[in-house]
Write a protein that binds this ligand. Structure first.
Ligand code: NAG
Ligand code: NAG
Length: 287
């Protein structure tokens, strides 16, 4: 008996020395985190079954980081192809390890992939107002490998999700995805809410970044009200070469603070920066 317990102690020591996370152990950012999380995975035929399994394993590994419990982090899981199927409701009370293995049983639907239906199901079935907790951050992550069939329907649904105070992460895999589309669907700041890997097996490369950023999501606060109910495109135009470095830098900082007051998540406001001479850094609409 003594031999066995010291072997276990030794094993744990070895694990922590090597920096390998012990399976199922909550990582620091997720400790005591209150959040309602919905993860939606593309289960259409364009994703090979083997890659679908890779995605589910990745989702299960994300959940491994979390402090799963009815008063801490709750996770729901859905899949989509030509329809949305809720596999695990947010109200499940499963212990973490059961939840993790249940994720691996999500159905591979096959058929065409309609991202708009995935997003629609996410909002109506996975994180509906009637099921989410009040004053708790709402987080959604959508995995897909292709462009939308109906870009406008997807965009409208993503806007509704964000208007429902849900922070939306998008993760694209393979070269078939429309990276700009997934970028535009994600919450702001887009660089932090949009991820891309060229192959499914590289998903593990984004694990730490994605999990850490998810754990940092706070209760949704609209930064600005400008553009809440109107649509507007704003151009900022200045001549960087003529103004010189310092003035140009100040102008960029000013533009940043103005844009911060736009209601970007409503999908109504779009901003574009044209510096005339410096093409590389110019920012186009939808980024
Ligand atoms: C969302 O997607 C569904 C399913 O494709 C579609 O019927 C609906 O019109 C879309 N837009 C909104 C705003 O719900
Ligand atoms: C942004 O909004 C804040 C608070 O409403 C205001 O103090 C600030 O001046 C605004 N910034 C700009 C650049 O308009």
């Amino acid at each position: 008996m003594l031999g066995l317990s010291s072997a276990i102690v030794l094993l744990i020591l070895v694990c922590s020395c090597l920096g390998v996370p012990v399976p199922g152990q909550t990582t620091e950012g997720w400790k005591d985190k209150k959040a309602d999380v919905c993860i939606v995975v593309d289960a259409s035929s364009s994703v090979w079954e083997r890659d679908f399994t890779t995605m589910l394993q990745f989702v299960s590994s994300l959940v491994s980081d979390m402090d799963i419990g009815p008063s801490t982090t709750r996770v729901g899981v859905g899949v989509f192809a030509d329809r949305f199927t809720l596999h695990i409701p947010i109200t499940n009370n499963l212990p973490k390890e059961t939840l993790r293995s249940e994720i691996l049983n999500a159905p591979y639907l096959k058929g065409d992939g309609y991202l708009s239906r995935g997003l629609h199901g996410l909002r109506e079935k996975c994180l509906p107002k009637s099921l989410v907790r009040l004053n708790v951050p709402l987080i959604a992550v959508v995995f897909t490998d292709g462009p939308s069939r109906h870009k406008q329907l997807s965009a409208d649904n993503a806007t509704l999700i964000k208007e429902n105070m849900i922070s939306l992460f998008t993760v694209g895999a393979t070269t078939l995805v429309d990276r700009n589309e997934l970028l535009s669907l994600a919450s702001d700041p887009k660089k932090e809410f949009n991820y891309y890997v060229d192959e499914f097996r590289h998903l593990s490369d984004i694990h730490t970044k994605l999990s850490t950023r998810m754990s940092q999501v706070q209760i949704y606060q609209e930064h600005g009200t400008c553009g809440r109910n109107v649509k507007a495109d704003t151009f900022f135009v200045f001549n960087e070469a003529a103004l010189g470095r310092t003035d140009s830098q100040n102008i960029k900082i000013f533009i940043g603070s103005v844009v911060n007051n736009f209601s970007m998540n409503s999908g109504n406001m779009r901003a574009s920066v044209i510096t005339k001479s410096c093409l590389r850094e110019d920012i186009e609409f939808g980024q």
